[in-house]
Write a protein that binds this ligand. Structure first.
Ligand code: PLP
Length: 379
């Protein structure tokens, strides 16, 4: 596991970084500034310019947690992802991505990129040299997601960033599954970190947001497109995100521990066909995950049942059937019916996503209670 730099304790930063405080009344926390109209004598502030006080406060905390100069907070993960991709590409340009992407990203690339005269190549990311083989002279961006959804595949982040540097490409990572607690790709040379903040950053299944983090220069470039596309976040939700971030390290630590225990339990169950969790020693990406993830292996895992997956889910009492992930409550879903429903079956098969696959987002409940719940469903 990677050592944290001195003076960069995430526990301390999650509580204090970015906070505006309340100098007028001596309050400790950032007040909510709902104003959409500001005097323009000094700075032109406006929600869609991504520079209102609550947007700046939460972006400051996120930049500290991702160990980057800057961050921008968006209204959804997809707003952050597509705005960032479009900010660095124009007609004729090419992007290389891994094939096992989050379903929403996969669908967006397939449908939006060709409509603007741009091209893409998707490769098996488990061997980094596949990215290099796909590079052409018009390639601008390398895009990765690790651990990936829903198979928890691991990509060697440092190897990909070395390839990108050699070819002078912009690198982007969807860091949603790891969260800034478990993985800081900026330290491994990645330019742009993207998150669905709807997941671990929000952490309570009650808000939608997205994050882009990177250097000041890269954030400026993304901002140039972001203020046109308009995916900005309102002050009240920014406040909720800032509040959520204060406990993110604690939440994710508990989720790491619970997921490790649950993955080991499922692995020992003969009625479970396969378990995907990068913390397991026989996971094909375990050694790389251990090298590039700092606190733990995350709260996400997936497994294949031998029985009817919907029946399995219906027998659970604590773990809730729901889309989305990263909340304090454990949730389970069938990727084929949710995140990957728009991916054609043939494509899904190629990606290795079986109809019997279930994806579990481990919450902060007691691990033994969760294991007991799963035991009951296994029968
Ligand atoms: C949910 C998710 C997204 C999309 O985020 P939204 O907030 O729903 O727009 C992108 N990537 C991953 C890995 C996700 O889980």
């Amino acid at each position: 596991m990677k050592k944290q730099k001195a003076g960069h304790s995430k526990l301390t930063q999650s509580v204090h970084a970015g906070s505006l405080g309340d100098p007028q009344y001596g309050g400790l926390i950032t007040p909510v500034f709902p104003s959409s109209a500001y005097n323009y004598d000094q700075v032109v502030r406006y929600p869609r310019y991504f520079n209102t006080p609550n947007q700046k406060a939460v972006a400051g905390k996120l930049a500290a947690l991702e160990n980057t100069e800057s961050a921008l907070v968006f209204s959804s993960g997809m707003a952050a992802i597509l705005t960032s991709i479009f900010a660095f590409m124009k007609t004729g340009d090419h992007i290389v991505l891994q094939s096992d992407l989050y379903g929403g990203t996969h669908h967006a690339i397939l449908h939006e990129i060709p409509r603007y005269g741009m091209t893409f190549t998707m490769v098996d990311g488990s061997d980094p040299s596949n990215f290099e083989k796909a590079i052409r002279k018009e390639t601008r961006v390398l895009f990765i997601e690790t651990p990936s959804n829903p198979l928890l595949r691991i990509i060697d982040i440092a190897a990909v960033s070395r390839i990108a540097r050699k070819h002078r490409l912009i690198t982007m990572i969807d860091n949603t599954f790891a969260s800034p607690v478990n993985q800081n790709p900026a330290d491994l040379g990645i330019d742009i970190m993207l998150h669905s903040g709807t997941k671990y950053i929000g952490g309570h299944s009650d808000l939608s947001c997205g994050v882009m983090a990177g250097s000041g220069k890269h954030a400026e470039q993304v901002l140039g497109s972001a203020l046109h596309f308009g995916g900005s976040l309102d002050a009240h939700t920014c406040y909720l995100v800032e509040r959520s971030l204060k406990t993110m390290v604690l939440r994710v630590r508990q989720q790491n521990q619970n997921a490790m225990l649950i993955a080991s339990f499922l692995k020992s169950e003969p009625k479970i066909a396969a378990v995907n969790y990068p913390g397991l020693k026989d996971h094909p990406g375990h050694a790389i995950a251990k090298k590039q993830m700092s606190e733990g292996f995350g709260g996400m895992l997936s497994f294949e049942v031998k029985t009817d997956p919907e029946k399995f889910i219906s027998r659970l009492k604590i773990i809730r059937k729901a889309v989305s992930l990263g909340g304090v409550e454990s949730t389970i879903c069938s990727p084929v019916k949710t995140s990957h429903s728009k991916v054609p079956p043939a494509e899904r098969k190629k990606m290795g996503i079986s109809d019997k696959l279930l994806r579990l987002s481990v919450g902060i409940e007691d691990a033994q209670d969760l294991i007991h719940d799963l035991k009951g469903a296994i029968g």
